[in-house]
Design a binder for this molecule. Structure first.
Ligand code: FE2
Length: 427
């Protein structure tokens, strides 16, 4: 495949990119000017649009996605009612329905330019129905989507009877990552113990860790500190992720100034889920209402790899969502007040290369030797892509086109005005 005249996320323009045997073989300005692509391969004029690494969703729940309203809607809209509602739905699930909903969501995700998803899968059901279903989904989508699964004990690995055994069996079946939910255990001490047990389990099996960590407004929730401690103790640097970390929003500033270097030193990745954090946190507040999202710019400044996840699409916790990582990044940008040019680019990276790093995937961008995976966006820069929630003109994996969307345009009927709208400004 040959792509001509693309703009890259670092601002370089007029770039040609060649993919051979699924990998980027050449990339540079005007490399193939006047040369035809080899017979039988795609030759695509990017017309100056933005060629980006694929979107990566580092935090999702594919076992519950597209189940909104089953068996009822979340009346209070709170996290705890969502967990209770998911508990009501679990006995009603079938493997067939789980697979059907997940595959439908994967279609949406691919069309939106997502190349990889890390999905938590609830292991508190002793039948491991959702685990088996999502392992089957992972097998079916493998040709076009990287699906990484996290064994997630939704009801608490120590609090729920049999959960540790279920989680271990899920890993035996092929689930990739060890999950946890320390703030949901009965006590702070149990939460800390769960972090120790789960990190040791991951270390013994050579697996990564991704915990729902401190997903509350409690300024005294301290499980991220414990997670960083055990990460370093067990030599798991770079392989552990703290998801949500919303309590950091409410923590004492002095304590955070001690905590940030500990997270950075341990190489723990941080994942914020802006759409969900902003809607589920602060529910017990009157005014002012806390926003709940973790301290994204401060974590980045401390040297922590920070990514944004989607968490939920049409499930017991969230009625909206569509697989649009640009929507996720734009929400993170607004909630985090990350409005400088550099910060806006950070937000774009948080749903592309930073998120890839969380999953342990190649994260060097569109360089020679990298997989031929990219998205052509109807925008001239990452910031414009965020502003416009840009159309994914072309989604490519290993040099093969997976999806096309026609450019977004409108036809005006205004006297003295050109009929077509150009949504972009000269760069
Ligand atoms: Fe989650």
């Amino acid at each position: 495949m040959l792509i001509r005249n693309a703009t890259l996320t670092d601002g370089r323009t007029g770039i040609d990119l060649l993919v051979q045997q699924g990998r980027i073989a050449a990339v540079g300005p005007g490399l193939f000017h006047g040369q035809a692509a080899s017979a039988g391969s795609d030759d695509i004029d990017a017309a100056g649009w933005l060629l980006s690494p694929p979107f990566v969703d580092p935090h999702f729940h594919m076992d519950s996605t597209l189940s909104y309203g089953q068996p009822r809607v979340n009346a209070s809209g709170t996290l705890l009612e969502g967990i209770a509602l998911w508990g009501e739905l679990k006995p009603l699930l079938t493997e067939e329905a789980l697979i059907g909903r997940a595959l439908q969501y994967c279609d949406w995700a691919v069309a939106r330019g997502i190349g990889a998803i890390r999905s938590h899968v609830d292991v508190c059901d002793p039948r491991l129905l959702a685990v088996r279903a999502l392992l089957e989904v992972k097998r079916r989508v493998a040709p076009y989507l990287d699906l990484q699964l996290v064994a997630f004990p939704q009801d608490g690995v120590l609090r729920a009877p049999g959960a540790l055994d279920n989680l271990t069996r899920a890993l035996d079946l092929g689930v990739d990552v060890v999950g946890g939910i320390p703030h949901f255990e009965r006590t702070m001490a149990d939460g800390a113990e769960s972090v120790r047990v789960l990190c040791e389990l991951a270390a013994s099996r050579g697996l990564r860790v991704d915990m729902h960590c401190d997903e509350s407004d409690d300024p005294l929730s301290r499980h991220i500190e414990t997670l960083a401690f055990h990460t370093r103790r067990l030599g798991l640097q770079g392989r552990v992720t703290g998801s949500h970390l919303t309590s950091m929003h409410s923590m004492d500033n002095y304590y955070v100034s001690k905590l940030l270097p500990l997270i950075a030193e341990a190489g723990v990745h941080a994942v914020a889920n802006p759409l969900i954090n902003i809607t589920l946190q602060g529910r017990h507040d009157t005014y002012p209402k806390r926003r709940g999202m973790t301290r994204v710019p401060e974590l980045m400044d401390a040297g922590v790899n920070v990514a944004f996840g989607q968490d939920c699409v049409m499930d017991p916790w969230y009625a909206l969502g569509s697989g649009c990582m640009l929507e996720v990044a734009a929400m993170g940008l607004h909630v985090g007040q990350m409005t400088s040019q550099a910060r806006m680019r950070d937000c774009f990276n948080a749903v592309t290369v930073n998120a890839a790093r969380v999953l342990g995937l190649p994260a060097d961008g569109l360089v020679v030797g990298a997989p031929g995976d990219f998205v052509l966006l109807q925008a001239r820069s990452p910031v414009e892509a965020l502003r416009l929630r840009a159309t994914r003109l072309l989604v490519v994996r290993r040099g093969q086109v997976l999806a096309r969307t026609p450019p977004a345009t409108a036809t005006l009927a205004l006297p003295g005005r050109p009929p077509q709208i150009d949504w972009t400004l000269p760069q």
